[in-house]
Design a protein around this ligand. Sequence first.
Ligand code: SF4
Ligand code: SF4
Ligand code: F3S
Length: 266
Amino acid sequence: ETKPRTPVIWVHGLECTCCSESFIRSAHPLAKDVVLSMISLDYDDTLMAAAGHQAEAALQDTIEKYKGNYILAVEGNPPLNEDGMFCIVGGKPFVEQLKHAAEHAKAVISWGACASYGCVQAAKPNPTRATPVHKVITDKPIIKVPGCPPIAEVMTGVITYMLTFDRLPELDRQGRPAMFYSQRIHDKCYRRPHFDAGQFVEAWDDENARKGYCLYKMGCKGPTTYNACSTVRWNEGVSFPIQSGHGCIGCSEDGFWDHGSFYNRV
Ligand code: SF4
Ligand code: SF4
Ligand code: F3S
């Protein structure tokens, strides 16, 4: 309680803002406790009250005051074509803001598929050359928290771990926190017994769909997707895509838009 709160700068590049939408719905811990008691969210151009020059001043003040001690959270990615002109923040290309804020950060969190892998804006033919954060920032520890968006409690769980232990969580070979991304959706899916028994949904709304059979033949990507949806679930553990009747589209995997994840039946 006496420890100063860790400053966090949260920047936004090309993205849809649903990673923030997910984050603010965290129940364990509550997002308000993270923002008001655990971290000091000194800059977030989506959530902060300040705007314009006042906001830019807050960014600069935080960088100067906490050099080497703040966490940089990145939602979205920088487009590099046309000198970065496809995403402008504070009158400058986002890539400049990203590099500037990363220079003195102690670690970088790449929120979501956009920051981690590029997501839809990097899908072929990627006209703006949207580029994942780790391909632009190469001299800092980067924690990828993929998903489109990531699960709220995974986002706050990563932050909680970093604040509690003052170190990065254990990462896998792709740079994702192993505690949330070491298992496939398929490994813990409650429909798995139907998969093992060869019981599959063959058409949307068929009798087998009503019985809750496995969605593999409807294109479910659970067997190749690493994420915590089948264990942590969404909306305070209420449900996840497969429980709502739709297969996993592999939203936490690299390049899922280009890999035929949508309605690509087997
Ligand atoms: Fe939106 Fe998905 Fe990008 Fe998050 S990863 S900002 S949810 S498009
Ligand atoms: Fe695996 Fe998907 Fe079937 Fe679940 S619904 S058992 S994740 S293939
Ligand atoms: Fe995404 Fe699949 Fe989970 S689509 S939300 S990783 S079940």
